[in-house]
Design a protein around this ligand. Structure first.
Ligand SMILES: [Zn+2]
Length: 98
């Protein structure tokens, strides 16, 4: 066991293990801060998941997507490039959904 100076508060403390870098009160404070941060991060993840679910719900309804794919198909537009690009984009959205 050796005496050490806590870098957080400047108090002297018994460093009875090399991994103990701060005094016990400062260690407890840092653990409490980590716990608070964890709770805040959990809340943030929950909010972001909810927001993401809302964005997905606002997506094109499947029946509307199928209708748009049929309407845009290049075969119905003399193979136009615009129809091809639009159809590819719609198909990619349908793919991403599954
Ligand atoms: Zn301390």
């Amino acid at each position: 066991m050796s005496a050490a100076t806590c870098p957080s508060c400047g108090d002297r403390f018994d460093q009875d293990a090399s991994w103990k870098k701060t005094c016990t009160p400062c260690w407890k404070l840092s653990k409490r801060a980590e716990h608070v941060e964890l709770l805040e991060l959990r809340e943030e993840v929950r909010e972001l998941r909810d927001a993401f679910a809302e964005v997905r719900a606002a997506d094109l309804p499947p029946d509307m997507l199928a209708r748009l794919i049929r309407l845009c198909h290049p075969d119905k537009h003399n193979g136009s490039e615009a129809a091809t690009v639009a159809t590819q984009w719609l198909l990619a959205r349908r793919e991403a959904r599954t």
